[in-house]
Design a protein around this ligand. Structure first.
Ligand code: COA
Length: 185
């Protein structure tokens, strides 16, 4: 019998772990699907595995989490953070990215990835997380972030042009740990 949405969410027949180099090709495929079919990313040409490799290594070198969700021995989604901006005063602020394989959306994988990411980044001492979401109509990503305590902080209207139309960039933000209630150590 086909698994219902709630069964999938309740049972959690997947688990979260750090990405390893063997995951590279499937991460590249999942991201390529969303680049080619959606507005969540403003990239238009999917990066090849070498570029995805560089991005994983960048996270590793900065000791930042790069997570995957594994189900039935196969990666079904990934999530990572990168510095929001490189200038030094931004050093307590991260930007998150979450992508789920098209056949595995709607069963809680994105939510579990994001909650793990938030937890890990708070434990590392970061204080703010920003989501930069392609498209004001990207309800899946906007609702996912709302569910995890992000607030809308603004919309940059029509800053992208993809699939023959202007696309907004939605900004959402949530504090991590003590946020701005204390100064960092
Ligand atoms: C956004 C995305 C990561 C969500 O992942 P997912 O595994 O399908 O999401 P989940 O099943 O964990 O759902 C978590 C919450 O997201 C929201 N959500 C997910 N899919 C939704 C949809 N199609 N419409 C509206 N809200 C949706 C809901 O609030 C949901 O919580 P609920 O089930 O309690 O209502 C996934 O749709 C995706 O990869 N999208 C394309 C890429 C993208 O835009 N990534 C974000 C860039 S930062």
């Amino acid at each position: 019998m086909a698994k219902t949405l709630s069964e999938g969410k309740d049972k959690k027949d997947y688990f979260i772990r750090e990405a390893v180099i063997d995951d590279l090709d499937i991460i590249q495929k999942i991201y390529a699907y969303h680049v080619e079919n959606g507005l969540g990313s403003f990239e238009e040409l999917p990066p090849q595995s070498e570029e995805v490799h560089k991005r994983i290594i960048q996270a590793r070198n900065l000791s930042l989490p790069y997570l995957v969700a594994e189900k039935n021995s196969s990666v079904k989604g990934f999530a990572y953070v990168s510095p929001f901006r490189n200038r030094s005063a931004y050093r307590y602020t991260l930007e998150d990215s979450v992508y789920v394989a098209p056949e595995s959306v709607g069963i809680g994988i994105g939510s579990t990835l994001l909650s793990n990411l938030i937890q890990k980044c708070a434990a590392l001492g970061f204080r703010q997380m920003i989501a930069v979401i392609g498209d004001s109509e990207n309800q899946a990503s906007i609702n996912l972030h709302l569910k995890h305590g992000f607030s809308h902080i603004g919309v940059m209207p029509s800053v992208g042009f993809k699939f023959g139309r202007w696309v907004d960039s939605v900004r959402m933000q949530r504090p991590l740990g003590q946020g701005d209630q204390t100064t960092p150590n």
